[in-house]
Design a protein around this ligand. Structure first.
Ligand code: SF4
Ligand code: FES
Length: 356
């Protein structure tokens, strides 16, 4: 086992663990965001740079810090390593830059995008982005391309994370799409205009962190926060049959794979389960899904909603409320004066003691 300290919290992890996965074992805010890494895929990560961290001590044997910020999804833990994520100003600043870069070419069409409410880029920009943009040029545009009966491609929203390409390469035996061209001309496309009709290809919709790949059978039918996620299963000869139905009343609007706390698919599902089984009678309902990402969906107070673990007190080594304690430096707001007992709003007179 190797000992690593991330944002002042130490943990022992098996050799070969990446910094990102070690941070996920700790959980909470110390976990860097990841837009391209996907633990369920053999090949992923190293593309988006949202998971950058500062290694302030390389290891016990070689304590020199790493000269540049490193991608935590691609960097392995060393014994005695010390890593800074939210405690590093450099990381916070670099992450803002990465978000700005990703948003340079991403249209701000959240009000009409089906992914809104469950978009990782939306979450990322709220949590790590800046308010405005410095970009003044026209954004990229692409010829609209029909990539098949089930999946709609909005190339302008793609952040080129390669997750869909890796998913298709792993789950299907005739991958027909990939990233074509180079640089800012790069685009996801089907080779020779072939449609994506493989039995497991629907999973690319679930792995896409943004609204570039969406479900044609659900598009514009409802906003995700108006639907209620329910864990369901069926006896499926092709896949595990364990899925999540997004319902409104008794209607099944959409079927997706179940996702874990990192927003990653737990079990891949087949196209029949995803696109053809849209009746309640097709499924055995297990109960409301646990939604534990800080997304708008979890604001619906569903049964079993899990709040993200808060670790800030461990990171900064004291109760965060104490950083706001002004009693030691100010004569006002004396702690022995209970504001709730004062009749009406508090005035300076209320804080005068007998000696004053
Ligand atoms: S379409 Fe989605 S999953 Fe595929 S590369 Fe673009 S952003 Fe990633
Ligand atoms: S998640 Fe590490 S580079 Fe994208």
């Amino acid at each position: 086992m190797l000992r690593v300290t991330i944002d002042n919290i130490s943990i022992e992890v098996p050799a070969g663990t990446s910094i990102l996965n070690a941070a996920r074992m700790i959980g909470g805010e110390v976990t860097p965001p990841a837009m391209c890494y996907y633990s369920k895929l053999k090949e992923s990560g190293g593309k988006c740079r949202t998971c950058l961290v500062e290694v302030s001590k390389g290891s016990e044997k070689d304590p020199r810090p790493m000269p540049k910020l490193v991608a935590s999804c691609r960097t392995g833990v060393m014994d005695g390593m010390e890593v800074k994520n939210i405690t590093s100003e450099k990381v916070v600043d670099a992450r803002k830059g990465v978000v700005e870069m990703l948003l340079i070419n991403h249209p701000l069409d959240c009000p009409v995008c089906d992914q809104a409410g469950e978009c990782h880029l939306q979450d990322l920009s709220y949590e790590h982005g800046t308010e405005g943009t410095r970009y003044e040029f026209d954004r990229r545009t692409f010829e609209k391309e029909d990539i098949g009966p089930y999946i709609s491609l909005h190339m302008t929203r793609c952040i080129l994370c390669y997750r869909c390409v890796n998913t298709a390469a792993e789950l299907t035996n005739k991958r027909e799409h990939g990233v074509l061209e180079r640089g800012d001309h790069s685009e996801i496309s089907t080779l020779l205009g072939k449609s994506l009709d493989n039995e497991f290809i629907g999973n690319v919709i679930d792995v896409c962190p943004v609204g570039a790949l969406t479900d044609k059978t659900f598009r514009f039918k409802n906003r995700v926060w108006f639907t209620k996620p329910v864990d369901v299963h069926r006896d499926c000869p092709t896949c595990s049959g364990k899925a999540r139905a997004w319902m409104r009343g008794d209607e099944v609007f959409r079927v997706t794979a179940r996702k874990d706390q990192w927003g990653e698919v737990e079990d891949w599902i087949c196209n029949t389960c995803r696109f053809d089984k849209k009746e309640t009678k097709d499924w055995v309902v297990e109960g409301p899904s646990k939604i534990d990402r800080r997304s708008v969906i979890s604001q619906g107070h569903y049964v079993g909603t899990e709040k993200t673990q808060v670790l800030i007190d461990k990171v900064i080594g004291k109760d965060p409320k104490l950083t706001l304690d002004i009693h030691s430096i100010s004569d006002v707001n004396k702690p022995e004066i209970e504001l709730s007992k004062i009749d009406g709003p508090a005035h300076s007179e209320d804080f005068k003691t007998k000696q004053d």
